[in-house]
Write a protein that binds this ligand. Structure first.
Ligand code: MN
Length: 502
């Protein structure tokens, strides 16, 4: 089982996805012009790929000049498993009735890049030939109209294609689109049901599968216990070696740590066997287990697996999706819970943590393994990772089932170095300031029904999550800089009516 201890074992890397660059034109301009369009498009694709800013490859496709060619490429894009989206750009004018058949069958995310091959107008050299080749300014307006007329959800990026801010917007959208592809393949293993009487962790799993692709199913805790009984002492020694490379501990060879290692190996074997990238469990259903998985769940999250406590399969799946979207980014992403506040006027802070399960990808310094008693779950003291989250801008996202539709709520926060030492707090902790202010943010969060569980990410910003929500067709609410309770209330009233009409 040595491959189990290699670190990254995410079932599907973001690098496996690619985006097709579709450039429109028409036959009006002659073969010379079309050859130039092709050459320019190829140069753009090469430079975009060489920029080092994009998470996935952009794939050049020959210039499109007929309805038949456009329909054919859209059918191919829709059927190609590795194609996570298309990027369109009209170097010249491309009459958009030619695009109707193709766009109507496209089932992949769609980005309209409004740019121009040349940055500047060549003052002394400009003539009608130049004008006829470089007419994105009106070609992309014709293309934009058909997207609007067909009511197609699409990302619109505007700016010069060599400029980093433009390429970064494209990179962010590619991550959202790859997250959508990952979402459509996602399987979630539930060990037991969700916590008794809790409302927000409930939800319509059929609706979630229709909308988001998530296959959410239950496995008995007894199966997990059975898998644990097949873990050998040698397997556990190997897992302790992995812990020793990533974390610190006074001693790694403690029975509590060995037990967490056994749990981790068994959970991972079940996830691998099922092709699942996320799981949930609950302290209320640990029959046959001595410890609630703590270190085990934390280390699995660090490898890219989604996790949700108290049977929270929606947050678990969202953790997996956001981790997949943000692969290779430096900040970190975790399951999180709003735990307690520090209410000094004007400097209000939230302390985020969980009973045990916060991902060490958030850590400011090397996490340390500690063993402490746990007040709930009636089990033995579990080993867990203890650390502080690092400072930086972050988002806290929650997906709730509103009955008839899913709503993704994203709050903008500013994580700070925790202002207290908290030496007796035996769990990982993150401290943050909410935007626009503590009171406004919390009022809005409660108004829109945000859960106490979130996906906390330094890497996924509002734009990335909003684009993902638009691609998946779920409602999106942002709470952050500039948000006001009064205007959000009016926005929600209108949105509620609109969603009922859809
Ligand atoms: Mn919780």
């Amino acid at each position: 089982m040595s491959e189990l201890f290699n670190g990254a074992i995410k079932p599907k890397s973001i690098k496996t996805y690619a985006f097709w660059f579709l450039v429109g034109s028409q036959h009006l301009y002659g073969e010379d012009t079309l050859r130039q369009v092709d050459a320019h498009a190829k140069e753009m694709v090469d430079e975009l790929n060489k920029s080092g800013l994009l998470p996935c490859a952009v794939v050049f496709k020959p210039v499109l000049t007929t309805p038949e060619a456009i329909t054919r490429i859209m059918r191919e894009a829709s059927n190609a498993p590795e194609c996570a989206g298309v990027i369109t750009w009209m170097h010249t004018f491309s009459p958009s009735k030619m695009w109707i058949a193709g766009l109507s069958i496209l089932n992949k995310p769609y980005c309209h890049l409004h740019t121009q091959f040349n940055r500047n107008i060549p003052d002394t050299e400009i003539d009608m030939d130049f004008m006829n080749l470089n007419q994105s300014a009106h070609g992309d307006r014709e293309h934009g109209f058909i997207g609007a007329r067909m009511r197609l959800p699409r990302k619109i990026i505007v700016g010069y294609w060599r400029d980093d801010p433009v390429v970064m917007q494209l990179a962010s959208w590619m991550r959202s689109a790859a997250g959508a592809a990952f979402s459509r393949d996602l399987k979630v293993v539930r060990f037991g049901d969700n916590m008794r009487q809790v409302a927000v962790t409930e939800g319509d799993k059929v609706e979630a599968q229709i909308k988001l692709g998530w296959q959410v199913n239950t496995w008995p805790v007894g199966d997990l216990v059975g898998e644990m009984s097949r873990v050998t002492e040698a397997d556990i020694d190997g897992q302790l070696g992995a812990y020793a490379r990533r974390y610190s501990a006074p001693s790694f060879d403690l029975p509590e740590i060995r037990y967490q290692a056994k749990e981790e190996i068994a959970i991972r074997r079940i996830l691998e066997a099922e092709g699942a990238s996320a799981y949930s469990n609950t302290f209320e259903d640990l029959h046959g287990m001595e410890q609630l998985p703590g270190l085990a769940s934390q280390d699995l999250m660090a490898q890219g697996y989604g996790y949700g406590g108290e049977g929270d399969w929606k947050t678990s799946a969202m953790v997996a999706v956001v981790k997949a979207m943000t692969e290779g980014m430096p900040g970190g992403t975790s399951f999180m819970e709003d735990y307690t506040y520090d209410l000094t006027p004007g400097r209000e802070l939230s302390l985020g943590a969980h009973m045990l399960e916060v991902c060490p990808s958030l850590a400011a310094d090397k996490p340390r393994i500690e063993v402490h008693a746990l007040g709930i779950g009636s089990r033995k003291p579990p080993a867990r990772l203890v650390f502080e989250g690092h400072p930086g801008s972050a988002t806290a996202a929650t997906l709730v089932d509103m009955g008839g539709r899913l709503r993704l709520i994203v709050a903008e926060v500013e994580a700070v170095k925790p202002i207290y030492q908290m030496p007796n707090l035996p769990v990982a902790r993150v401290m943050w300031r909410s935007l626009p202010s503590f009171a406004e943010a919390a009022k809005c969060w409660i108004l829109v029904g945000g859960a106490h569980h979130t996906v906390f990410s330094y890497d996924a910003d509002v734009a990335m999550l909003e684009d993902w929500a638009e691609i998946m067709g779920v409602e999106f609410v942002r709470i952050g800089d500039g948000t006001s309770y009064e205007s959000l209330k009016r926005e929600l009233f209108a949105a509620d009516l609109a969603w009922k009409l859809r």
